[in-house]
Write a protein that binds this ligand. Structure first.
Ligand SMILES: *[C@@H]1O[C@H](CO)[C@@H](O)[C@H](O)[C@H]1NC(C)=O
Ligand SMILES: *[C@@H]1O[C@H](CO)[C@@H](O)[C@H](O)[C@H]1NC(C)=O
Ligand SMILES: *[C@@H]1O[C@H](CO)[C@@H](O)[C@H](O)[C@H]1NC(C)=O
Length: 512
């Protein structure tokens, strides 16, 4: 008898196992039929978020595709976003690795892209505690005020009544704010927005963004990565070399002058702070310092510029919003001690006043909702889960990537009402409106959880600050009063307007 029972048991176990196996293969989320090798790459075209939005209308709020040989699910609803980012947040704490980040950022050492693990945790702590805390951001108000004042002066003296390339002006203003906070140097030329020139460093920043914004074949089909038809590797290495040279010079110069300022001193910058940590704690080398400086610069300038540009574009298209904002800023400035710069009598809105500008905050949130600088947020299943896992009833293979389509979620009428697609800041004035802390899964411009953007407090300070000051001092018009077409986007690392925003400033009386 006994051998028979054993046999029967073994048989049943086998059946259960086989069923499981079969079930695992069968229960993928729905999705379009794929092709060998390329998977679904033939269906994808830029801008990717639009293309994925179209597919989600056919296949639903969660669908499965293969990006080359990488399995991926595309998530377009808050329900599924919560499933991955809350219920399974730990399992999807990784990010896909990219060749560009390996080559440019010293073997993927940028916080944004780094593999989840102890190195990442160490760096993340450094960022949240020392680098991007709100206290630290506050400490650097002066360089921001001064750069804003310089740009305003330039607009007043040379550009009033002329067509101004706002993308350039904002890019260079934000770029200088950042480079001064980082290493006390101005690296961009604001006046080029008037004369059309380009500076070398700006070009370098832009080339880096392009490399990150362009898919690299080897990232999608790894066994084809030797076949670098795009010649991208060479371009990555060239950019990496030039960036390294630039930051190495900054570092050498600082070490040579050995300012030795303490952190409390008013002219200390990020580099001083990093050098202090470098000298005190063995856990940081020269490359880490360069990498952090690069990371902070690259991650901030383009994203902040894109956010500001969209906000201004929406305001240019809606006179009543613009006027309401100007009134709000005027009232605040008249009632309080604004920053007055060097006896010029010119007022600027300061950081500490931003939270009192409720309508500005609503405008900025609404702009981030419709135009998140990163329209797609990426995660990947942690390496340790090497047999895949089950999420919400679906079986996902190992290393599945999750693509959150923030752009699509902002246009979900069940979440945002019939006017989901239009610019309506008032929706953020209601009690219970979503905030930016990442607890509202329909509104995640900064991501959420352990992979949330550590630069949020910087972005929430710099971007509204620039917008408030530009509308305080000037009225802005589009050339010939045209209504801007805001439905077209360029495909880049971030999702900016298809063509750079231009507008004509005229001086406002009420701010004198
Ligand atoms: C960096 O990313 C690349 C993939 O692009 C990968 O091959 C490499 O192992 C990663 N390096 C580290 C240190 O994680
Ligand atoms: C303000 O004035 C001080 C000296 O009075 C000068 O050193 C500083 O550069 C000025 N700042 C600006 C933004 O003009
Ligand atoms: C401007 O915004 C207001 C408030 O959100 C809205 O009621 C109005 O319809 C908008 N106007 C245009 C032209 O979009």
């Amino acid at each position: 008898m006994e051998p028979l029972i054993v046999c029967a048991c073994a048989f049943m176990v086998l059946i259960v196992l086989l069923r499981r196996r079969a079930g695992r293969v069968q229960c993928l989320p729905p999705g379009p039929p794929g092709r060998p090798i390329i998977g679904h790459l033939h269906l994808l075209q830029p801008p990717l978020h639009l293309c994925l939005h179209t597919l989600s209308q056919q296949y639903g709020p969660i669908f499965f595709i293969k990006m080359g040989s990488s399995p991926a699910v595309v998530v377009s609803s808050p329900f599924w976003a919560k499933e991955f980012l809350h219920t399974h947040e730990h399992d999807f704490a990784d990010r896909p690795q990219f060749e560009a980040s390996k080559r440019i950022f010293y073997n993927n050492r940028t916080l944004v892209m780094m593999e989840y693990g102890s190195l990442w945790r160490h760096l993340r702590k450094l960022y949240t505690v020392h680098i991007l805390s709100s206290k630290r951001v506050e400490m650097f108000e002066n360089p921001r005020l001064e750069e804003m004042a310089l740009s305003i002066k330039l607009l007043e003296n040379q550009m009033c009544g002329a067509v101004v390339d706002l993308r350039k002006l904002v890019f260079n203003t934000v770029g200088n704010m950042m480079s001064r906070m980082l290493f006390s140097k101005r690296s961009f030329d604001v006046s080029e927005a008037a004369d059309g020139g380009e500076c070398r460093f700006k070009e370098l920043v832009e080339r880096t963004a392009v490399l990150f914004g362009t898919p690299f074949l080897g990232d999608l089909v790894p066994w084809l990565s030797w076949l670098d038809v795009q010649g991208a590797r060479k371009r990555m290495d060239r950019v990496a070399k030039e960036l390294d040279k630039f930051f190495e010079e900054v570092l050498v110069e600082r070490i040579a002058t050995s300012r030795g300022v303490s952190e409390e001193e008013t002219d200390a910058d990020y580099l001083d702070m990093l050098l202090r940590i470098y000298n005190e704690d063995g856990g940081m080398d020269r490359d880490s310092i360069k990498c952090i400086l690069m990371d902070l610069l690259m991650a901030s300038i383009e994203t902040t510029t894109t956010a500001i540009e969209w906000t201004l574009a929406e305001l240019l298209n809606n006179k009543s919003c613009m006027m309401k904002l100007q009134e709000e800023v005027d009232t605040l400035i008249q009632g309080e001690d604004a920053a007055v710069l060097n006896g010029s009598g010119k007022c600027l809105v300061r950081d500490s006043q931003l939270t009192k500008l409720g309508y500005l905050q609503a405008i900025f949130k609404e702009s981030l909702r419709l135009h998140p600088p990163f329209a797609l947020n990426l995660r990947q299943m942690c390496k340790a889960l090497d047999t895949g896992i089950k999420v919400g009833g679906y079986d996902l293979p190992k290393k599945t990537r999750v693509i959150f389509n923030l752009w699509a979620m902002a246009r979900d009428t069940t979440m945002w009402g019939a006017n989901a697609g239009s610019f309506c800041p008032d929706r953020f004035l209601n009690d219970g409106a979503p905030d930016l802390r990442g607890h509202h899964y329909e509104f995640l411009p900064f991501g959420t959880g352990r992979r949330g953007c550590p630069g949020m407090s910087m972005a929430l300070t710099v971007a509204p600050f620039v917008v408030a000051n530009l509308v305080l001092r000037f009225n802005w018009e589009t050339p010939d009063g045209i209504i801007l077409d805001l439905s077209k986007e360029a495909s880049s690392l971030t999702a900016p307007l298809a063509t750079p925003l231009v507008a004509i400033p005229t001086l406002r009386r009420s701010s004198q």
